[in-house]
Design a protein around this ligand. Structure first.
Ligand SMILES: Nc1ncnc2c1ncn2[C@@H]1O[C@H](COP(=O)(O)OP(=O)(O)O)[C@@H](O)[C@H]1O
Ligand SMILES: [Mg+2]
Length: 262
């Protein structure tokens, strides 16, 4: 792999359009994601945040436009051609999406068994290391049903980083968590980024937690990115859509914030 400098463009959406029937979700999405940053994509419910992540992972295809990963347009690639690109991305899906019938250890080991030829000992070591990194050492034998919401989320993060991806994608990582766990998860996202320097994309409307850890924030509104900048720049934005969104969402929960939506 080439040496990549901080700030270099890793992902680029160019004029991306995506409709479902008559529902034009993404009209014209343009967005660059830079090496090593935490970029938060904010936007209301149903604005297309999850669709944007799914396009990047290649789970769905755009109707028009291109998505470049380190300069390679991934939109025309077949499932098989996409595999090496997917392996470079770790995804924490909205619900956590752990396999309930598997132990925590088996859940975290899953991507390793799918993609790599490692010995059982190597798998055990990697799983133990990743569970320690998310603050849950030694819980390999437990089942997801035994865990709290915050712990499940951390296991999902352990699974997303087990392949040591260059890009980490988090879909609503703090949704549904109490304030203490939400803060823990946002700190974890921040510390993983500082330790391993993955490019991290956080999709969220929980701005109270996302803002402090973000290098940049992009606002998705009516199918386009209408503003992008540092959290400070976004706070100073003159666009009324941005101002209105931030007015409702930057307060801590219980003080008029909207963090319990969805
Ligand atoms: N597979 C799908 N089929 C049809 N409509 C979809 C599909 N996925 C998403 N949508 C629609 O696209 C819009 C954006 O969805 P989504 O990206 O999930 O929003 P959010 O910003 O809340 O994550 C919604 O109107 C949703 O109903
Ligand atoms: Mg969503």
């Amino acid at each position: 792999m080439d040496v990549v400098e901080r700030g270099e463009t890793v992902v680029e959406f160019v004029n991306v359009q995506k409709s479902f029937g008559q529902n034009r979700v993404l009209r014209n999405l343009n967005l660059s994601i830079r090496q090593g940053e935490i970029l938060t994509i904010m936007g209301g419910s149903g604005s297309g945040k999850s669709v944007t992540l799914k396009l990047l992972v290649g789970l769905i295809k755009p109707d028009r436009g291109q998505i470049f990963l380190r300069g390679v347009d991934i939109t025309p690639l077949s499932e098989e051609e996409l595999l090496p690109f997917r392996q470079r991305m770790g995804v924490v899906f909205q619900g956590g999406a752990l396999f309930d019938s598997m132990t925590v250890g088996e859940n975290v080991a899953y991507p390793l068994r799918e993609h790599l030829q490692l010995s059982e000992k190597e798998i055990r070591e990697r799983v133990a290391e990743k569970l320690s990194l998310v603050g849950l050492p030694g819980i390999e034998e437990q089942y997801p049903a035994d865990l709290s919401g915050g712990m499940k989320k951390r296991v999902a993060i352990a699974r997303a980083i087990v392949m040591e991806p260059e890009i980490l994608l988090y879909d609503e990582p703090t949704a549904g968590l109490d304030p203490i766990n939400a803060k823990l998860i946002s700190r974890l996202i921040d510390s993983l980024q500082q330790k391993f320097f993955p490019t991290s994309v956080v999709v969220s409307h929980d701005l109270h937690y996302a803002f402090p850890i973000s290098d940049r924030v992009a606002m998705l509104y009516q199918g386009e990115i209408i503003a992008v900048g540092s959290p400070e720049e976004m706070r100073r934005s003159e666009r009324h859509e941005v101002r209105e969104f931030l007015a409702g969402d930057l307060q801590p929960p219980g003080e008029g914030g909207c963090n319990d939506r969805e």
